[in-house]
Design a binder for this molecule. Sequence first.
Ligand code: HEC
Length: 127
Amino acid sequence: MGMRSMMAVVVFCTGTAFAGGDPVADREEMIELAWKRGCFNCHEIDKTIRGPAWVDVAERYRGDDEALERLVVKVRNGGVGNWGDDPMTANRRVPEEDIRTLVGWLLSLEKESDKEVAKDAEEPRKD
Ligand code: HEC
């Protein structure tokens, strides 16, 4: 196989991994990446530890079109004051592309409790 077709295969594979639209596979992949990039030393998806729970971050910026760009910069440079007095240290060794991927994903998260409410709303009443 020539170099050119090898490249095509690689691009094709990574393309489908993210655009595949399989939420479970995406979630596993994102969790793996978050561990690899050190985010989960301070964050969890649905629990506040040192940093805010990612579902809470998603909640706060829902509908804010500029949140992604702002947060990519913030995660890269570090910062403090939006959630408390504990700072997020800079993450300059993390490729910006990975930060963008992770922030884009975490902003799409929904709280379990919200999902329950949404599900209840769809359920026909039984009384
Ligand atoms: C050293 C601990 C630490 C690490 C590592 C860390 N964070 Fe944070 N993160 C925090 C803290 C603390 C805050 C709250 C900062 C504040 O109050 O403004 C935060 C806030 C955030 C926010 C919300 C920022 C805002 O202004 O609302 C996002 C998004 C975020 N982190 C994503 C990430 C991602 C993605 C990674 C991995 C690349 C990461 N964090 C790694 C501690 C950390």
